[in-house]
Write a protein that binds this ligand. Structure first.
Ligand code: NOJ
Length: 489
């Protein structure tokens, strides 16, 4: 084709497109017909739940107010050189005081669901023992405000802000005393909010907080446990989840739905052949065996126990029963393809392929771009664990997000990311993968853990000096998707 043009003509066309100009006048007519620019957005199922998400320590601030106890993230972020920009969550988005304004931000996206987390140390400053009623009062105010604005609250009970008192007293998740305390706290909260909150997530991203916080010393509480102890901590965490499910069932209103929100080890076939897809199923099961898998199967896989050998966790059959307590849905936090899988002739039948250094990523380096992950991972999870209700409990990206002089943020990379991921998500729902909702991370820029305020994930820009919230272009994009319940090209 290209050879049909002379060098001069090509140079002219290239120049025009560089200037953002359309085809020369008359060119379309010459082709005989105007191009038809109409398109049909691909629909999501009726009743699909559109939402957005945040977490307590990342937005609330007010860390010393109304009797809140310290959490391991207060301690960690106040430890020298742990946070890239030397910041902490002391003030964050001041959401504790600005929650009404923030509910309006949610509302103006048109979403009908909001996933937030409850700070355990606000409710039990010591982790267990005497509750602090003022702590729960805040969440009651928030829940009421959401409902008054037609937004369904989805509460998460643990988004990493473990009461420091438990870390000090029993070693945090190194001890099953923390699992028991988590069960008690969960039952206490569920009894008091389930008249209005119908969906409760137990833990958020166990895979992240265990590996980063207890294995590699990167997140709070900054420990580098040997493998056997880390596996025991994993076991205590899933035990905590199981105890929470049972406590919620025992104390919440009938019909309250409960599930975990996990950053599933997201496996994707290198390319879609039946062999690679089968290999990806096997890999998904094995690579999630110690966390999500055991909560859904009520047992550790033989592969995991064999691989762990003497480092395997110690457990009783009774504990496995608790861990495997039936849940009502599974929340999957899906950002990046973590493992590309190919079939192998050798045991165990699959290979994890290495990433080339040129693999594209978003503004956060870990956030590799692979929209197909949000198609394959829920599809495969639903199949291998027979799940009938999945929520994408988080998906989104950070972006440079410069606030321009005209007051706008043109976060075109976020829009591109979301468009591509939502296109794949729609495809999964159209094929019948039981995904019932999607929570965009995040409502607004916030404290991005070890990156402090340098990484911005919000669809609202936040000026952390003035606390001004400004919608980014992606807020308008998301509002359009939600309003249409469909994704366009
Ligand atoms: C997952 C975590 O749950 C959330 O707290 C975090 O901000 C996002 N990923 C983005 O990294």
């Amino acid at each position: 084709m290209v050879s049909r043009f002379s060098r001069r003509e090509l140079a002219k066309l290239a120049g025009l497109s560089a200037l953002g100009m359309a085809m020369p006048a008359g060119a379309a007519e010459k082709k005989g017909k105007q191009a038809d620019l109409r398109f049909t957005p691909a629909p999501f199922p009726r009743g699909f739940v559109w939402g957005t998400a945040t977490s307590s320590y990342q937005i609330e601030g007010a860390v010393n107010e109304d009797g809140r106890g310290p959490s391991i993230w207060d301690t960690f972020s106040h430890t020298a050189d742990k946070i890239a920009d030397h910041s902490n969550g002391d003030r964050a988005n001041e959401h504790y005081h600005r929650y009404k304004e923030d509910v309006q931000l949610i509302k103006s996206l048109g979403v009908k669901a909001y996933r937030f987390s409850i700070a355990w140390p606000r409710v039990f400053p010591e982790g267990s023992g005497a509750p602090n009623p003022k702590g729960l009062d805040f969440y009651n105010r928030l829940i009421d405000e959401l409902l008054a604005n037609g937004i369904e609250p989805y509460a998460t009970l643990y988004h990493w802000d473990l009461p420091q008192a438990l870390e000090d007293r029993v070693g945090g998740w190194r001890s099953s005393d923390t699992s028991k305390a988590f069960g008690d706290y969960s039952g206490y909260v569920a009894a008091r909010i389930s008249d209005r909150v119908k969906n409760i997530f137990t833990l958020n991203e166990a895979g992240r907080f265990l590996n980063f916080g207890y294995g590699w010393g990167i997140d709070a509480p900054g420990l580098k446990l040997p493998t056997a102890e880390l596996n025991q901590a994993r076991h205590n965490v899933v035990l905590g989840h199981g105890l929470a499910v049972q406590a919620i069932r025992a104390s919440a209103r009938k019909g309250t739905k409960v599930g975990i929100a996990e950053n599933i080890a997201a496996c994707v076939p290198a390319f879609a052949t039946p062999e690679n897809i089968r290999a990806t199923e096997l890999a998904t099961r094995e690579l999630n065996a110690s966390l999500l898998g055991v909560t859904l199967e009520g047992k550790y896989t033989d592969g995991f126990l064999e691989y762990s050998g003497k480092d395997a966790p110690k457990f009783t059959p009774e504990e496995l029963k608790i861990i495997g307590s039936k849940t009502d849905f599974v929340g999957l936090n899906i950002y990046a393809p973590q493992f590309y899988i190919a079939a192998s002739d050798k045991k165990p039948g699959w290979d994890v392929l290495p990433f080339p250094s040129s693999f594209p990523h978003m503004n956060s380096e870990w956030l590799r771009i692979g929209p197909e992950v949000i198609y394959w991972t829920p599809k495969i999870a639903a199949k291998i664990w027979n799940i009938d209700t999945i929520y994408i409990s988080e998906n989104g990206t950070s972006s440079e997000d410069k606030l321009r002089d005209n007051g706008k943020v043109y976060d075109l990379d976020r829009i591109s990311f979301l468009r591509n991921y939502l296109t794949q998500l729609q495809r999964a729902t159209a094929e019948g993968v039981p995904i019932k909702g999607y929570f965009l991370w995040s409502l607004m820029d916030n404290f991005e853990w070890i990156f402090g305020y340098e990484k911005r994930f919000g669809v609202y820009h936040v000026d952390f000096q003035t606390q001004a919230r400004t919608p980014k272009l992606s807020a308008a994009f998301y509002r359009d998707v939600v309003a249409k319940n469909a994704i366009g090209p």
